[in-house]
Design a protein around this ligand. Structure first.
Ligand SMILES: Cc1ncc(COP(=O)(O)O)c(C=O)c1O
Length: 447
């Protein structure tokens, strides 16, 4: 375990001050804003990474439980994927004509994912969701979209907040301002609550004959309520609406064929990105032939969607996940983490509990006062970082996490839970805070 007394992120903080002058918003991805961790103590700039660890620009080493915001599934700098990529670089990356790898990956995705009969590519999750929605609109000749979850930054999605302030609050992050999104898109997209079939039916009824698709995350960290996804499937069929599963976050760790394989509910279209290619830029829309085929008559086209680096990385990642028995590993490792967290929580006597599917372990502090909750969760992230562990209250697994990473993380959690419980009992939580309070909201658009 790293020495908490020696921890310093001075260079990261200097870099961040530079970024605030150079880059509006300072980061390219909201989830990389240091306000979401423990600003002042948590690392902001990485220098390099290998396996399950990364090193920041100040030379601190961390076990990484954020796994590249879900993108790293085999481990950083995985030799098999990287060698396949390097070999491809030697042959050329982007050509004037097409490359057979596009077909090879399509065949692999069709073999792996239940809903896949045809395939299109993209470079990321939001990009791929946008393609899926375009296909659904084109195939049905309708415009409206019903959604449940987070689906990226594009106009069609953020337009949900043109209607009233709180629309995206449950689905994205609170406080999203749709500045820059055409007001003409107001009334083209509506949310429904996860688990609420009545609300979905009401939305379909209110917009009868106008809804092109339902796009949703089939699950996040817990199983859906019994019969919910089956009910969504039935409603989509009854109203003649395309059902799209956005598996950008849930795909691959739960089952190689995604949540749809695990839960046995098959959508019409599905979107995959992030873990698909172990950190290389890639996204895919897959779906049933009758919905995908009309895309051949729609304008969906971009130079880098067929860049062979993302494609060869995805092909190799899927094959390696299968070869290494990844899903079994994720469930086993996640179970150990959940059990260990519960034990550490009990030992420390802290109000908290572990939860989530075994492949997606997490915990929460059971503290009703939101201000105290925020302080305690900041303190946890702060103290874990000082001990060389980069984690929030959830643990995103990759294949490079070792038993030692897990036992070290649980030992550090036990120590930190004890320290926090002691501070709670003595009422001196504030005295221990070195970092700015972490926030999950977009309200504070910088940091
Ligand atoms: C479910 C889901 N859809 C879409 C996206 C957007 O993906 P990207 O950031 O690659 O555009 C994300 C990203 O977190 C996601 O979790």
């Amino acid at each position: 375990m790293a020495d908490p007394q020696k921890h310093s992120v001075q260079r990261s903080l200097r870099d961040y001050a530079r970024a605030e002058k150079l880059i509006p918003g300072a980061t390219q991805l909201i989830s990389r804003r240091p306000a979401r961790m423990a600003y002042g103590v948590s690392p902001i700039y990485a220098d390099h990474a290998k396996g399950s660890h990364f090193w920041d620009v100040d030379g601190n080493e961390y076990v990484d439980w954020i796994s590249g915001i879900l993108a790293i599934i085999l481990g950083y700098a995985d030799e098999v994927v990287d060698n396949a990529v390097k070999e491809q670089i030697g042959k050329g990356v982007t050509f004037s004509i097409n490359n057979e790898l596009e077909l090879e990956l399509a065949e692999e995705l069709i073999r792996t994912i239940p809903s896949a009969e045809m395939v299109r590519y993209a470079k990321g999750g939001g990009d791929a969701c946008t393609i899926a929605v375009r296909i659904a609109r084109g195939a049905t000749g309708r415009d409206k979209v019903l959604f449940c979850g987070y689906h990226g930054w594009h106009d069609w999605y953020i337009a949900a907040n043109l209607l009233k302030d709180a629309t995206l609050d449950e689905h994205l992050f609170p406080g999203i301002d749709p500045t820059g999104v055409p007001k003409a898109l107001a009334g083209t997209i509506f949310p429904f609550r996860y688990g609420d079939l009545d609300m979905l039916e009401q939305r379909l009824e209110e917009n009868k004959g106008e809804v092109a698709c339902i796009i949703m995350e089939p699950l996040r960290s817990e199983l859906p309520p019994e019969g919910f996804l089956e009910g969504v499937r039935q409603l989509a069929d009854r109203y003649g609406v395309v059902l799209i599963f956005d598996e950008v976050s849930c795909g691959f760790r739960i089952a190689l064929g995604g949540a749809q394989e695990y839960l046995g509910v098959t959508p019409d279209l599905s979107v995959f990105a992030k873990a698909l290619s172990n950190g290389y830029s890639m996204g895919a829309v897959v779906g049933k032939r009758d919905v995908m085929e009309p895309a051949s008559r729609m304008f969906i086209s971009s130079t880098y969607w067929s860049d062979t680096i993302g494609i060869v990385a995805a092909l190799t990642t899927i094959r390696e996940l299968r070869r290494r028995g990844a899903v079994e590993h994720f469930f086993k490792a996640g179970r150990t983490i959940k059990q260990g967290l519960d034990e550490a929580i009990r030992d420390a006597g802290i109000p908290a509990h572990a939860f989530g599917l075994d492949c997606s372990p997490r915990f929460q502090f059971d503290i009703a006062d939101p201000a105290l909750h925020q302080k305690v969760s900041t303190l946890y992230v702060q103290e874990m970082c000082k001990r060389g562990i980069f984690s929030a209250t959830y643990f995103t697994l990759n294949m490079a996490h070792t038993e030692e990473d897990i036992s070290g993380t649980l030992a550090a959690s036990k120590e930190v839970f004890g320290l926090i419980q002691n501070a709670l009992e003595r009422g001196h939580v504030d005295d221990l805070l070195e970092a700015e309070l972490r926030t999950d909201t977009f309200r504070r658009m910088v940091r």
